[in-house]
Write a protein that binds this ligand. Structure first.
Ligand code: KIV
Ligand code: ZN
Length: 514
């Protein structure tokens, strides 16, 4: 049977979402999870964007063995050399080079003539092939490009040795029928088209990224570029979980094999959401909390009699696990280690295990039943002390009573100093944030505050997401705790730590020259 290649770009295009910037360690954790998910290609980053991006691509290239590791590179010598250098340690590597081909992008963004763009594309693929046998070429904004010119560029890229040709719908403008036809036409008209694998890369601005990608598949495409939870710039990218489950569930239509281990979909979704601070909407297909919940009596009755009446997929096949009490206060370090391993959480050293076990004991003192999801939260960004830690919560007390103004007292570390700060507020969370802000004076704006329960029941831990914005920069912070005011304080401090860590980097789509 024919195979569909799953190319995951969570760590590159996904990371371009405002507030989704990740540290090298976070990217490494996600890359290891993507390998466990068995995606074919991991786009680990854009090596030339910054020193941090280069390091992240290099670490992932050294750590991943079962997926191809890829770096993006603009169509110029420096970017390609940087990508090649970062990928040196990879077992299987790909260089992904791109240049825009639409009249608008060529004239306004690149300030280049079509002939210059054609020459850059040709040269970029030639250079990339000196470093890797596996080279992907993307014609940025392909869906708004002029057909004859697009055919010339792609034919030249294949002639120079591009092994994958990607047709991005960069601004999410395409509609399925037309986009599918474009792919069919390109494959038909370009004389050497059979020498490359055809790929789609769709953005979700009109909510059609998944439909457009699948229209491509029906027209001979054999690679889909996508992200976990559909993370990505603006409205995001094609969502990996929806693509994989559509192709698996509708085998009658697509007739394609996918290598992905679907039981790793939900753990991947949770990890990415937790690290980036982008919550998953409850009604999101496949990975939303309600995706398999049946509230209406008629549906519940039907599902109990015969599951297929209202379910086309099985929750356990995509990695939903029933809330299981796995450990408690009396559990020892070995039982903890074993469960962590079963959940696929990588532990690099004895010190890391000891620190996680201490967090577990602390939680077990406050919460009688510890579920798998609680263990996963113990390894979240905020729980594992981040590298660039400027502030850390020490303790929090707050008082709220009907009819009186809530008050919070927060003890936190600012570098080596311990700060004791108090404030009133409209509610306990407001008082807590004001107490922190009155000392730090970040001047940031609170753009989003959301609380979700990690498991069900009133005993569950609350998981809070806080989004802060300052001078055009957006960061997300996440915190979890059985006490939601404490979870809020942790999330706020987690966001501030990110705000005070400056990451200078280029965005490939807005950087001017190729
Ligand atoms: O959306 C886009 O065009 C891209 C390319 C760089 C592949 O992300
Ligand atoms: Zn993109």
């Amino acid at each position: 049977m024919d195979r569909l290649i799953i190319f995951d770009t969570t760590l590159r295009d996904g990371e371009q979402s405002p507030g989704a910037a990740m540290t090298r360690e976070e990217k490494l954790r996600i890359a290891k999870q993507l390998e466990r998910l068995r995606v074919d290609v991991i786009e680990a980053g854009f090596a030339a964007a910054s020193v941090g991006d280069f390091d992240a691509v290099r670490s992932i290239a050294g750590a991943v063995r079962d997926s191809i590791v890829c770096s993006l590179a603009r169509a110029n010598e420096d970017d390609i050399a940087r990508a090649a250098e970062a990928l040196l340690g990879a077992k299987a590597k790909r260089i992904h080079t791109f240049i825009a081909t639409s009249p608008l992008h060529m004239e306004k963004k690149l300030k280049m003539t079509p002939e210059q763009v054609l020459e850059h594309a040709r040269r970029a693929v030639r250079l990339a092939r000196r470093h890797a046998d596996d080279v992907e070429f993307s014609a940025e904004d392909a869906s708004r490009s002029e057909l004859d010119f697009l055919c010339r560029v792609l034919e030249a890229a294949i002639a120079e040795g591009a092994t994958t040709i990607n047709i991005p719908d960069t601004v999410g403008y395409a509609v399925p029928e037309q986009y599918g036809r474009l792919l069919g036409t390109l494959r038909e008209r370009i004389p050497n088209s059979d020498r490359a694998i055809w790929s789609v890369h769709c953005h979700n601005d009109l909510g059609m990224a998944v439909a457009n990608s699948l229209a491509g598949v029906l027209n001979g495409v054999r690679q889909i570029e996508c992200t976990i939870n559909g993370l990505g710039e603006r409205a995001g990218n094609t969502s990996l979980e929806e693509i994989v489950m559509a192709v698996k569930t509708r085998r009658d239509v697509f007739d394609l094999e996918v290598r992905v281990d679907t039981t790793q979909i939900v753990p991947s979704s949770k990890l990415v959401s937790n690290i980036t601070g982008f919550p998953v909407q409850p009604n999101k297909a496949v990975v939303g909390a309600n995706a398999f919940a049946h509230a209406s009596g008629i549906h519940q009755d039907g599902v109990l009699k015969a599951r297929q009446t209202y379910e086309i997929m099985r929750a356990e096949d995509v990695g939903w696990i029933a809330n299981r009490i796995v450990l408690g206060k009396l559990s020892g370090r070995n039982a903890f280690r074993q469960r962590v391993q079963e959940l696929g959480i990588p532990i690099e050293s004895d010190e890391e295990l000891a620190a996680a076990f201490a967090r577990f004991k602390d939680l077990a003192d406050r919460k009688a039943e510890i579920f798998d999801e609680d263990i996963q939260a113990l390894f979240s960004d905020e729980a594992v002390v981040p590298h660039n830690e400027h502030f850390r919560l020490v303790s929090l007390s707050q008082r709220s009573e009907t009819g009186s103004r809530p008050h919070a007292r927060v003890l936190f570390k600012m570098g080596a100093r311990q700060i004791d700060s108090q404030s009133d507020g409209n509610g306990p969370v407001d008082a807590t944030f004001k107490a922190i802000e009155s000392v730090i004076e970040s001047g940031s704006e609170l753009l989003l505050y959301s609380v979700n329960a990690i498991t069900s029941g009133t005993e569950a831990q609350g998981e809070v997401t806080v989004r802060l914005g300052r001078a055009g920069r957006i960061v997300n912070g996440v915190g979890s705790d059985p006490d939601i005011v404490a979870a809020s304080a942790k999330a706020y401090i987690n966001a501030l730590n990110k705000l005070y860590t400056t990451v200078e980097r280029l965005n490939p789509q807005i950087a001017l020259a190729p």
